[in-house]
Design a protein. Sequence first.
Length: 444
Amino acid sequence: MVKENKGGFLKGAAIIAAGGLIAKLIGALYRIPLTNLIGGHGMGLYQMIYPVYCLLLTVSATGIPSSIAKLTAERVSKGEGDKPLFSTAMKLFVFIGLGGSLLMALIAPFLAKAQGNTETVGGYYALAPSVLLVSAISVFRGWFQGKNDMLPTALSEVTEQVVKVAFGLLFAYLFRENVARAVVFLLLAVSISELAALCLMLLLFQRVPAPLKLKNGGGMVKAKTVLKLSIPVTFSSILLPLSGLVDSVLAVRLLSAYSTDAVALYGLFAGGAVTVINLPVSVCYGLAAASVPAVASAAAEGKGVKRKLFFALGITALVSIPCAVGLYFFAEPAARLIFRSLQGEELTLLIGLIQAFSVSAFLLSCVQTLSACLTAQGKPKFAALGMLAGVVAKTVTYAFLLRDSQISVYGLAYATNLCYLVAFLLDLLYNLIVSKNQKKRSET
């Protein structure tokens, strides 16, 4: 039985990891012609808008897959139907997503003014529909993941990237003479890609056999039940994009004290180094996603939680450590491959940022797995506390480091490493405490 569980876990993790890797590779390769077409300033504008989008997207969608997967896995393990849960979750998060889209459109002018760049207003409008679309997509992903079907998530991620790249490059080429307008249409390509992914999910959902999709056992599920788990998960997830929003304002202003193009410096870190580091992290996301139904089922049965926790963490470390080491030693070829248009000081700076930030490929991978395990055990608030402590440490650290022109944007890399280290240590501690307490309750 253990071997079977491990096989199912690894199979699910491998499917999502493959989908995530393909999607990230497409996205990373996308940066090559994109940077050639819109340049460093255009990438800087793009990255100034994205943190706000990620923030609202997180509120409406990011906490959904893991929380819905946990609730679905529990109902399936108890022999209860999953239709009531799916129906409640879809209505709830479509409503929340619609609110997120409207809010993004309403605050766009104020955000652009706060960032000191009115060129970004149109980009916020173009991205606004994505918040609603991803909310619906995330419910589908969580429902499928809770049933140990990871293929729809992988397919939808690849679809998003393929469509985004196709339309993005088309728009970037058509408007290459006007960088601000090109960025707006690049962000519109994101919304188009999410619509395509939602259509795919609807098609896959319709193909699920009726007995699995239309079971009525277990009774109706209240929105309160879904929100009780989703809110802490969302709060935990919201901290990083919220931190990114603060960075896009505070970091750029600090860098402006001694740099003539602080936006470009910030773009090299947020759009360059972070993009490269997120490649291995996206592979390990599959392990985090597969951990939720595995650990949730074990927690419902009252046994084997700690074993599955360490198995997931061990596999994550086995994958992420070689990636982190490889990124450090092969930062130059990676930067030259992905960002071919960069030369001179910009290329040298990006290589240094990748090396300084490489340890986060390991730390962030482990954090997302440990956070998923906490969610699966019904304790997402502990993951939120760990990330909150990390974000506070990060912001305080770079607020001092960026004042030194010798450290410059490297301060963001060092501070972000510290953020993930703090979150990793606290999440590991919380997991051990929670699993120990659950074991004691099952024995009594």
